[in-house]
Write a protein that binds this ligand. Structure first.
Ligand SMILES: [Zn+2]
Length: 163
């Protein structure tokens, strides 16, 4: 039985479905049928605008974002696909919190929903630091089907590693 390291948190029945798709050689088809649309966010500047638009739509009252960028040091071995940080800096005698979001570079070339899932996840952390009910409610509000997309993103990572 193949160990599915990205899907370990999911019930066996779901993992078995993925194993079946792998055995039948249909995993790539499953993904391309569900997620045919790639996004065109190709630079840090474009990613910043993308995140800002989402924030304006859903999280107007959350703190401003200072920086959003693709980061090729974020990788799967660290289990971090995205990262949000608040760096406090003294500026003009005042303490200022700088909010940053980093997205793993592998999402530059990925279906649109997966990039959105990562950005939505990190944005939601501006309001909720823990992965609690309120956090996932917010994610679901910003991206309907969030849980399914997170599962499929992990399927995508599994498929990607097989290539
Ligand atoms: Zn998180």
């Amino acid at each position: 039985m193949t160990a599915l390291k990205f899907l370990q948190a999911y019930p066996d029945a779901l993992q078995d479905q993925v194993r079946r798709l792998i055995t039948e050689g249909r995993l790539g088809d499953y993904l391309s049928q569900r997620y045919p649309q790639m996004h065109d966010v190709q630079s840090d500047k474009a990613l910043y605008t993308y995140a800002l638009d989402l924030k304006h739509e859903y999280l107007r009252n959350a703190p401003a974002i200072d920086k959003v960028l693709f980061d090729n040091r974020l990788d799967l071995t660290h289990r971090a696909l995205g990262l949000h940080t608040t760096i406090s800096r003294v500026q003009g005698g005042k303490l200022k919190a700088k909010k940053e979001i980093r997205v793993a570079s592998l999402f530059k070339e990925a279906p649109a929903e997966f990039l959105k899932m990562i950005v939505v996840h990190e944005l939601a952390h501006f309001k909720e630091s823990d992965h609690n009910k309120a956090f996932y409610k917010l994610c679901e509000h910003m991206l309907p089907g969030y849980h399914q997309i997170e599962f499929d993103l992990r399927v995508y990572l599994t498929w990607r590693e097989m290539q």
